[in-house]
Ligand binder design. Sequence first.
Ligand SMILES: Cc1cc2nc3c(=O)[nH]c(=O)nc-3n(C[C@H](O)[C@H](O)[C@H](O)COP(=O)(O)OP(=O)(O)OC[C@H]3O[C@@H](n4cnc5c(N)ncnc54)[C@H](O)[C@@H]3O)c2cc1C
Length: 372
Amino acid sequence: MPTEPQALDALVVGAGPAGIGTALALAAIPDLTFGVLERGQIGQTFLDWPAEQTFLTPSFTGNGFGATDLNAVHPETSPAFSLGVDYLTGPQYAKYLRSVAAHFRVPVLDDAEVTAVARHEQGFEIRCRRGPVVARSLVWAGGEFHHPLKPRISGSGFADLAHTAEAWEPRAGRVLVIGGYESGVDLACHHAERGAHVTVVDGSTPWDAGTGSDPSFRLAPRSRIRLATALDTGRLDLVDAHANGIKRAGTEWTVSLDNGTRLRVDSRPIAATGYGPGLGPVDKLFARRPDGWPELDEDDQSTLVPGLFLSGPAIRHAGLKFCFIYKFRQRFAHVARVIGERAGKDVGALEAWRTAGMLTDDLSCCGVECAC
Ligand SMILES: Cc1cc2nc3c(=O)[nH]c(=O)nc-3n(C[C@H](O)[C@H](O)[C@H](O)COP(=O)(O)OP(=O)(O)OC[C@H]3O[C@@H](n4cnc5c(N)ncnc54)[C@H](O)[C@@H]3O)c2cc1C
């Protein structure tokens, strides 16, 4: 006779920084039963990064003085300490995640893509190729990297997307990058440094620092330094306009802009136009905000389905974006505490996350701007 699988208190989907970080907080709660399902292996997204890409938030071991390494997912760890690197590559960060998961004995099942999630009398039934799992709470931490947003323009199929290896391959002559935030500037500098003549088009001109200090809206210092160096070569132009169509004509590509001009380039345009929330099989279990991002309650929980939480860069609260690790990690211990309290467990150990500056309950304090 088939038997019902025993329900876990919590299941986490995805073993990137959001999934491993949330699981580490769950692991601090005595007697809580939980696990992580991962489509590939721990840190898969970072293993899939094009080889040229590195972190832009530096790692530094400030942990002992309450300034926990910006890229750490557990208060007692630091990628800078374990790897001796400040700007990590993707594979280096994957190695850090693997070592943290092993050290704290986080139960992760690799090669276990979640393909369906259904409501169950005890919570959720989660289906993956390794069999069904039942859990009272579910944390979706599937990431965004595999859900890039193509530009919504005619001929967008002619563009190479920023996260692919093609976008980073050597290009001669005139190169066009659509999108001028971190990925677009990274690519533009990469090609300009190698001799190409690069134009970046973006009508929202993210390269203009403005007055806000939030790195989700302004370029990181290292990107601004690289941008200034590339501009000095005379091989980089920044254009305040949106692309609205791509056509191919023989060996050239023509990109029309909303300022009425057309640009001709010698290779497929590159689209660095961001990522979507990537909710996979739980897509329909979240309501949407007017801007298309998932609607969450104050506990990062679906407003449609209690017990379903979101962890990672797709978290939005009012005007706040949690798109860096140092931001979304502020919610690991909060979500773990809600899950632990519902399961009737002692969640006192999670105060260590607050001491380490890794727990923010009151989101009203996150919008503070720097005075200088
Ligand atoms: C080039 C680049 C540079 C960046 N630099 C920085 C930086 O300097 N600092 C910073 O803070 N952030 C940086 N980011 C952003 C950061 O990488 C992401 O915010 C981070 O990876 C998000 O973590 P995550 O765990 O939510 O997602 P991911 O790291 O993408 O992990 C999600 C995991 O879920 C798995 N998964 C997905 N769907 C399923 C499924 N159905 N079943 C099972 N498993 C599934 C995936 O295989 C993956 O392992 C950068 C991003 C890019 C692309």
